[in-house]
Write a protein that binds this ligand. Structure first.
Ligand code: SF4
Length: 281
């Protein structure tokens, strides 16, 4: 047990002042502490990150974690969950990381209803590499690699997730902390693929604080089990420069997840896999 060991590590934090990642870290800390109080020990939680500013979050927690490759958080998280279905696996990824290189993994994990939680730090810019555009940057965005502005429309990731079969789809904002905490908690406890798209402020390269503060609103979350209703809510904002922007849980439903909890990855199955691997190595 980790009794007495602080949840937040002593690693020096190098996020920029004002970065929305602090709020996500705070919300996750709150949720893990709450789950621990409710009897889910820290040992049953595993954190996985990709590459980008967001990824440092795993260094800032004293929780079992895996720092994976760019766009590859979901395959790693899926493997961890298959090996031990009793674990709560939480993936952190950036929008450039997850919605570009990692998009195929995202779509198929949603389709399979892999029982993991994905938290996307969606700042709509490549922050770590100083401001290039990502799949969720708005039309006309001017970044380091596109000084004339981009001529493509952003991806509506909520619609992508709904169309892929995700069973929990939500949007939060790093400056609406109570909502962020609640949504992350519900996502972690959801039995199936849960996705939280967090509008995260990049204070240095694309600071949308004033725009979001003015445009976001919290939905009532009625009818979250109705797919048509979720599609309409998800369609309301196309990641453009105009709002209004709905926040909240858009869709939640229950269907068989992968792996099925009743078929754990037993020692016998592990030995069988080991035997197959040894044949080809
Ligand atoms: Fe945060 Fe942007 Fe700084 Fe990265 S570059 S730490 S996303 S403010």
């Amino acid at each position: 047990m980790n009794q007495g060991i602080p949840l937040v590590s002593g690693t020096k934090n190098t996020w920029c002042p004002g970065c929305g990642n602090f709020a996500i870290q705070h919300a996750v800390r709150f949720v893990i502490e709450e789950l621990e109080r409710e009897g889910i020990p820290r040992e049953r939680i595993v954190l996985v990150s990709g590459i980008g500013c967001h990824a440092k979050i795993v260094d800032y927690f004293q929780v079992n974690s895996f720092y994976s490759l760019h766009g590859r958080t979901i395959p790693v998280a899926t493997g961890i969950k298959m090996a031990n279905p009793d674990l709560y696996v939480i993936c952190f990824a950036g929008d450039g990381d997850l919605y570009a290189e990692g998009l195929d993994h995202l779509v198929h994990a949603a389709k399979r209803n892999v029982d993991i939680t994905v938290i996307c730090h969606n700042n709509r810019v490549y922050g770590l590499t100083t401001g290039q555009y990502t799949p969720t940057s708005p039309y006309g965005y001017k970044g380091r690699s596109t000084p004339q502005g981009i001529h493509e429309s952003p991806l509506n990731v909520i619609e992508v997730l709904l169309g892929s079969g995700a069973t929990f789809v939500a949007r939060a904002y790093s400056r609406r902390l109570p909502l962020l905490r609640r949504i992350i908690r519900e996502a972690v406890l959801h039995p199936g693929f849960a996705h939280v798209d967090v509008l995260q402020i990049c204070a240095t390269f694309y600071n949308l604080t004033a725009f979001y503060d003015e445009q976001v609103y919290e939905t009532t979350e009625t009818n979250v089990s109705q797919f048509d209703f979720a599609c309409r809510t998800g369609h309301l904002w196309q990641y453009a420069e105009k709002g209004p922007i709905p926040l909240g849980i858009f869709y939640r439903t229950i269907r068989p997840s992968f792996p099925e909890k009743k078929e754990p990855f037993t020692k016998d199955r592990a030995l069988a896999v080991k035997e197959i691997i040894s044949r080809y190595s």
